[in-house]
Design a protein around this ligand. Structure first.
Ligand code: 13P
Length: 256
């Protein structure tokens, strides 16, 4: 299975800054077999960056999308409008769930829209600090997986990517702290077991599971060697080209 290193820029960088960053990154990274590098800039930067990008080195990701393919939805962007620009879309990020009130149902529809438009959804799941304290982690992860993938056919499941992002480990969340590899391993096992029991061994083994939350060059190696982790979804550290590139180099070493 490939290893994914995905940078989520969130609401940062102007179009000009995005282009300068990409220019820097493209000069540095060399294509590596088995490694898929991708960045998720703001919507406004996707089109210009798609002209600048070298797809052998890295791919573009949307940070969100509307679940409909077109229509009277002021201010929204349909995933169908992103065809040809992005290969992946982040769906159900905790910031979408908890800051913008996205429901499980909306997330399910967005995942289905991605599949319909041949764009791979990166479905984010993860428990909050409170849910973790009350011992609800397993239930939350299973519920978010079940509802997020509810409208995906068996044949399409292998186009999906799961990202486990415990909300309490996301660097911008108040009181956040990096997760211990043992905690991550426990949740990854819950996710893998659930995928196995729901869809069978063969399909489950082919679904990549990424980890995200305070990833930086000092912990990336440890996180990437947790069994069942197929890559990283990186926020803050992906905004600094040197750090993002360091993580890519670490991924090349540890996943060889
Ligand atoms: P940080 O890497 O800044 O914790 O963000 C993680 C994240 O939300 C990526 O989607």
């Amino acid at each position: 299975m490939r290893t994914y290193i995905v940078g989520n820029w969130k609401m940062n960088f102007t179009v000009g800054e995005s282009s300068i960053y990409l220019h820097k990154l493209l000069k540095r990274i060399k294509p590596a077999r088995g490694l898929q590098i991708a960045i998720a800039p703001s919507f406004i930067a996707l089109q210009p960056l798609s002209l600048q990008i070298d797809r052998k080195k890295l791919r573009l990701v949307a940070q969100n999308c509307n679940a409909k393919d077109f229509g009277a939805y002021t201010g929204e962007t349909a995933i169908s409008q992103l065809r040809g620009l992005v290969d992946y879309a982040i769906i159900g990020h905790s910031e979408r769930r908890y800051v913008f009130g996205e429901t499980d149902n909306m997330i399910k529809e967005k995942v289905a829209a991605c599949i319909r438009n041949n764009i791979a959804p990166i479905l984010c799941i993860g428990e909050t600090e409170n849910e973790r304290t009350f011992g609800e982690t397993a239930d939350v992860l299973k519920d978010q997986l079940t509802s997020g993938l509810a409208d995906v056919s068996r044949e399409d499941l292998e186009k999906c990517i799961i990202a486990y992002e415990p909300v309490w480990a996301i660097s911008s969340v108040k009181g956040a702290r990096p997760a211990a590899p043992d905690d991550i391993a426990m949740s990854i096992n819950i996710i893998r077991d659930h995928l196995r029991s729901t869809y069978g061994e063969k399909i489950a083994e082919n679904i990549p599971v990424l980890f995200g939350g305070s990833v930086n060059p000092s912990n990336a190696g440890a996180y990437l060697t947790i069994p069942g982790v197929n890559g990283l979804l990186i926020g803050g550290a992906s905004l600094i080209a040197d750090q993002f590139n360091d993580i890519i180099e670490i991924a090349k070493r540890v996943t060889k």
